[in-house]
Design a protein around this ligand. Structure first.
Ligand SMILES: [Zn+2]
Length: 727
């Protein structure tokens, strides 16, 4: 029957034109063309098409199509592209809570409760998800169970932008922690221009210290039943807790309902940042001065805060709500709303623009428009009524000095960075507001136009992205140990000046002013101007020819295209090469070493720092990493960052190590050491203040004590303690 039909159809000109002259000698390609013409015939029956289709497909598999060699190289390339057109690299589109589930319970914020993140595609993503950087493991020791891992490659999940947000679904928790953590990693890599590495596993074998490469950070979305979530440097893992909301002031959480920290964007971003920062600066885990731990906390908050500005719906909503004035109370300046409320606080865990205070209220007092008095307790006629209002927190010069506890001090740094951001945002949007108000700059009452919201949101998002980048890039300009906020300010200024020489929007001035307003100054500069805050080259420059010689020995092609393990290995190898070079008096003179704040010794030797006798250890190369950045002018800047450390152990305090060292930024093009960030090891002042810090920690209530003792096992979990204290 089918043969007959084919014969009838072959009468048409389209089929006839491809009919081979002799069926017996026809080539397979000719037969295929004929079959295709028959299939394309409008009167071909379904069964004929089916039968021919099967034959054509079989033919396609078995016979490789050999195309005639034709034309020049360009034509061949075009043909190649035409045969297999390039498909653009996709991204995993994954839904998450924009903030946390609590927003879905409020009508005002219901619409912005969900966000979709574009997460980098991973070729080999396994259920878990387990990818190149992250391994989500969902074991819940408290309830002795584990949850099936989500497979983000499942077609039903892949085509629907991931699982929809749900507090009750462990698989959604897995998806959300993975998505937010990957997004945080992406921001780091984009800012630093190289692949991110986790801190290596430190092992001691036969008295020798070894570092082991860690490929994946583990995330346990249901690790503990506690009001806590933390990064464990020991386990190279994020342990996220869950708990029952406290009864009286649980905010929008049901009293007695369960709150999962895994569903809080801010908490996941914060903890991932701790891990990334640890990968870059392992010694920032040692609280050698009150700023170090505060910095860890503050930096994790800064990243979490600015990441919110990359979520378009959430941003537009808040811009509309505040009519573009981000100094008013808004969600963008807050962190962990649900966590804060459910642990019995009023409002978010941290609010960097203002705070909620209780004030006495008259009987007829109306709400102040913030909508907050709705939550106040019902009035008791016998007692004067109290209401809680939100007030903007004005910066004070005493903020830094008076904040001695790590969280409080960290909050001062975040507030300063946020102030600088608000200042730049205001400056960059002044013209827009003037245009929208016919030059008055005063917006009329009521909602602002959607166009203005759109433009303001674009500016806010751009500035926030730049701030996030500057803050991350500055990490390459920090000393390897014992960081202070003043030094971080210098790092910010230098990092930004390196990339954007012309500061026409006053970013650097905004940073300096905001830091000064909170009482944060570097102690070693005479003036607070962008020029004088830049780091300087070593007082005795290293010989360029010799530096060039060591650079030539190293492999420095570590950028975004390199495999992470290869990057780690080459970094280890480069550290050895650099160490041998530094130890060679023919390459680096004694004076040059001294100018770096170091002492060249072959083996540990007795020494004295001030009144303290002890043992001075050898120089160590802590880290070698390249940094490539493209500035707004399109210039590419390539540097090698070398961190050198040296330690001293006082004889009567074997638990204490005074570490010194320096960070060098070496221009890869000119072999010039452009900047040196130095912390002298032989500094009696630093030793004295570190001992003081130790004494304070010892006397401190709570578990903070363990943070300061390198030899105690609890020192492995400093963030657990930090986060628990402030629950
Ligand atoms: Zn933290």
């Amino acid at each position: 029957m089918l043969e007959l039909e084919a014969l009838q159809l072959s009468q048409s000109s389209a089929v006839e034109s491809v009919m081979p002259a002799d069926a017996a000698t026809a080539s397979r390609a000719q037969v295929r063309r004929l079959s295709e013409a028959l299939i394309a015939h409008p009167r071909a029956s379904k069964s004929l098409r089916q039968a021919l289709g099967v034959a054509v497909r079989r033919d396609q598999v078995s016979v490789p199509v050999t195309l005639p060699v034709m034309g020049n190289a360009v034509q061949r390339l075009q043909l190649e592209h035409a045969k297999s057109p390039k498909v653009p690299q996709p991204a995993y589109r994954l839904r998450v809570y924009a903030y946390d589930p609590s927003l879905g319970a409020r009508l005002k914020t219901l619409a912005i409760n969900e966000a979709t993140l574009d997460v980098r595609w991973e070729e080999d993503l396994q259920p878990g998800p387990i990818g190149e950087y992250i391994e989500v493991i969902d074991i819940d020791p408290a309830s002795q169970c584990c949850y099936a891992p989500v497979d983000l490659n499942h077609p039903h999940i892949l085509t629907r932008s991931g699982l929809s947000p749900s507090e009750a679904s462990p698989q959604f928790h897995q998806q959300m922690t993975y998505a937010v953590a990957m997004k945080t990693i992406e921001h780091f890599e984009a800012a630093l221009g190289r692949v991110a590495l986790w801190a290596p596993r430190e092992k001691t074998v036969d008295g020798e210290r070894h570092n082991e490469y860690v490929q994946r950070l583990r995330i346990y979305p249901h690790a503990l039943r506690a009001k806590n979530a933390y990064y464990s440097p020991e386990r190279k893992a994020l342990l996220l807790g869950y708990f029952t909301a406290s009864g009286s002031n649980a905010g929008t959480s049901l009293p007695g309902g369960v709150v999962f920290t895994a569903t809080s964007h801010d908490i996941v971003a914060h903890e991932t940042t701790h891990a990334l920062l640890d990968g870059l600066h392992r010694r920032f885990r040692e609280a050698t001065n009150p700023d170090v731990f505060a910095f860890h906390e503050a930096f994790a908050d800064i990243v979490a805060l600015f990441q919110h500005f990359t979520l378009p719906e959430a941003l537009r909503h808040q811009i509309a709500e505040t009519r573009g004035d981000l100094e008013k109370q808004n969600l963008l300046g807050q962190l962990a709303v649900q966590f804060g409320e459910a642990t019995g606080r009023y409002g978010a865990l941290r609010d960097y623009i203002g705070k909620v205070v209780k004030v006495k209220a008259g009987r007829d007092d109306e709400s102040d428009g913030n909508g907050e008095s709705d939550d106040a307790e019902p009035s008791d006629p016998a007692k004067p009524r109290e209401k809680e209002i939100w007030v903007r927190q004005e910066p004070k010069r005493t903020d830094y000095e008076s904040a001695t506890e790590a969280h409080d001090r960290g909050a001062v740094l975040v507030a300063a960075v946020f102030d600088a951001f608000l200042q730049v945002y205001r400056r960059r949007t002044l013209d827009l507001v003037r245009l929208a108000t016919a030059g008055t700059g005063i917006l009329p009452k009521g909602a602002i136009s959607a166009d203005l919201v759109g433009r303001l949101a674009r500016e806010a998002s751009k500035v926030a992205g730049q701030f996030l980048s500057i803050c991350i890039r500055a990490l390459d300009y920090c000393p390897p140990v014992d960081l202070t906020f003043g030094e971080y300010l210098r790092a910010l200024i230098t990092a930004d000046a390196d990339l954007v020489p012309d500061d026409k929007y006053g970013y650097r001035t905004a940073f300096i002013e905001a830091f000064r307003n909170r009482g944060i100054y570097p102690w070693d500069v005479k003036h607070l101007s962008p020029g004088s805050l830049l780091w300087e080259p070593p007082p005795l420059p290293l010989q360029k020819a010799n530096v060039r010689a060591v650079l030539n020995q190293m492999s420095i092609d570590w950028d975004m295209s390199v495999k992470r393990e290869a990057a780690y290995k080459s970094s280890e190898k480069n550290a050895k090469i650099f160490w041998h070079w530094l130890m060679d008096p023919k390459q680096v003179s004694e004076e040059e070493i001294a100018a770096l704040g170091l002492l060249r010794i072959d083996k540990p030797r007795p020494d004295k720092i001030g009144a303290w006798a002890g043992e001075l250890r050898r120089i160590e190369i802590h880290s070698v990493r390249p940094a490539r950045r493209v500035g707004p002018d399109g210039n590419i800047r390539s540097d090698l960052i070398v961190e050198i450390t040296q330690s001293f152990r006082p004889s009567d305090r074997p638990d204490l190590r005074l570490r010194g060292g320096c960070t060098l930024l070496i221009d890869l093009a000119t072999a010039e050491v452009r900047y040196m960030v130095r912390k002298r090891v032989q500094s009696p002042d630093r030793l004295a203040s570190q001992l003081e810090q130790l004494k304070l920690a010892r006397d401190a209530p709570g578990g903070l004590r363990s943070n300061y003792f390198a030899s105690k096992p609890a020192a492995g979990e400093p963030f657990a303690v930090m986060h628990r204290v402030h629950g």
